[in-house]
Design a protein around this ligand. Structure first.
Ligand code: PLP
Length: 428
């Protein structure tokens, strides 16, 4: 495969865009080499600027669950665009997508649309703080909730100490209100509540983590978080930016039968356009402006093109009674194939999977939190990534990401991928 034009475009991009990209992971820093510049995409395939075809396992980091350039979404956007692209006034469409989302997801009465997953999580935290009149939040190491200041926090030195900024520009004042816990470690969470009595507004968690590879919640962990929150007057926030409308119609809440207090969405809910949302029961959502005192706003929030895309996407998912089982079956088939060929090649690995989220870790031990995710052999991952890339398979350019399976993938595509993995395994 040739990447000549991508390389040239990257040089040009670097002159006017920091690092040549508008979001850091796209720069291939984790795996080396030149980022691929995409020209177009259709179904399960990306077509790059050098004319290469790649089977896509990132799918815009989640949104393209029904494949690229999915026709109902594309057509809806085209038709909407002809009638004006933004008004800053209410439209009927916003109510229609809100009604549909509320009907699909358990335990929510009202939903507010924003422009990204970051905004959704940031706003959810503000709402939780405003509702509980408390300042501190608990987040889990390795979970990603967007790039808002409160979330760019590393663990401090001990349980009673506060988090510390892990990016310059995040103030210590902000960091002190974010407490870090280990994923799947309920005792850790209980100790934080003990040490910060009546001060914790909320726990925010990816109910299935997807930003340290795919990490499922241990049996009983989400239930225990639910209890701890209820006992301590704190809210449980599920960041379902990845899992929402992917693991089930009603996301992880439905899959695990747990009711969160606030749920955040992004990715699939926008059908590939910039959309995020957060939702909760009425008594919580009514604290938001203009009904309540917690301020939150957006010039382009509820944008007609974005709402048209999201509405078509949700309608498609809602009306397809086998979509989530189909996605699960395809991903389970892929998992089985990968296990077989990596085992045959004597590669040391662990595979984690929930529904259509899956990740391969180059470590023999179970991967259940950020510390164990970091044990993976990154050199093997780099070879794995580039071996697949040169064979026409595109996975995330980082060992800490889940793969997102799309329904556009055929079983031939999956077999092609498993073969590519078998060949790549010989080079590891
Ligand atoms: N929450 C989770 C779980 C995510 O995976 C992401 C992004 O990957 C975000 C929040 C932030 O969303 P966005 O990139 O749309 O701001």
């Amino acid at each position: 495969m040739l990447y000549k034009r991508s390389s040239e475009l990257f040089v040009e991009a670097n002159k006017v865009i920091p690092g040549g990209v508008n979001s850091p992971v796209r720069a291939f820093k984790g795996v080396g080499g030149t980022p691929i510049f995409v020209k177009e995409a259709k179904g399960a395939y990306l077509y790059d600027e050098d004319g290469n075809r790649l089977i896509d396992y990132i799918n815009s980091w989640g949104p393209m669950i029904l494949g690229h350039a999915y026709e109902p979404v594309v057509n809806a956007v085209i038709e909407k665009a002809k009638k004006g692209t933004s008004f800053g006034m209410p439209t009927e469409l916003e109510t229609q997508i809100a009604q549909l989302a509320v009907s699909m997801v358990p335990n929510i009465d009202k939903i507010r649309f924003v422009n990204s997953g970051t905004e959704a999580c940031m706003s959810a935290i503000r709402l939780a703080r405003g509702y509980t009149k408390r300042d501190k939040i608990i987040k889990f190491s390795g979970c990603y909730h967007g790039h808002s200041d409160s979330f760019l926090i590393a663990a401090g030195s001990g349980l009673s100490t506060f988090g510390v900024p892990n990016s310059p520009g995040v103030t210590e004042g902000t960091a002190k209100d974010t407490l870090l816990a280990s994923y799947n470690d309920i005792e850790n969470v209980k100790a934080l509540f003990e040490a910060n009595k009546n001060e914790i507004a909320a726990i925010i968690i990816e109910p299935v983590a997807g930003n340290m590879g795919c990490i499922p919640p241990a049996k009983g962990f989400l239930e225990a978080l639910r209890s701890v929150c209820s006992e301590n007057g704190a809210l449980l926030i599920f960041d379902e930016v990845m899992t929402g409308f992917r693991l089930a119609k009603g996301g992880a809440q439905e899959l695990y039968g747990i009711q969160a207090d606030i749920v955040c969405f992004g990715k699939v809910i926008g059908g590939g356009l910039p959309v995020g949302a957060f939702a909760a029961r009425e008594e919580i959502m009514n604290h938001l402006a203009p009904l309540g005192p917690v301020y939150q706003a957006g010039t382009l929030s509820g944008n007609p093109l974005a709402m048209a895309a999201g509405f078509e996407m949700l309608k498609s998912l809602n009306s397809d009674s086998t979509i989530f089982s189909r996605l699960e079956e395809k991903t389970a088939y892929l998992e089985k194939g990968i296990r077989k060929v990596l085992t045959e090649a004597n590669v040391v690995f662990t595979i984690n999977r929930v529904g259509s989220m899956i990740s391969v870790h180059f470590d023999a031990n179970p991967v259940y939190d950020f510390a164990t995710a970091k044990n993976g052999d990154n050199e093997s991952f780099k070879k794995f990534f580039h071996g697949l890339l040169k064979r026409g398979v595109y996975i995330a350019p980082s060992a800490y990401e889940t793969w997102f399976i799309t329904d556009a993938l055929t079983y031939e595509d999956l077999d092609f991928t498993i073969n590519a993995i078998a060949e790549t395994a010989k080079e590891l």
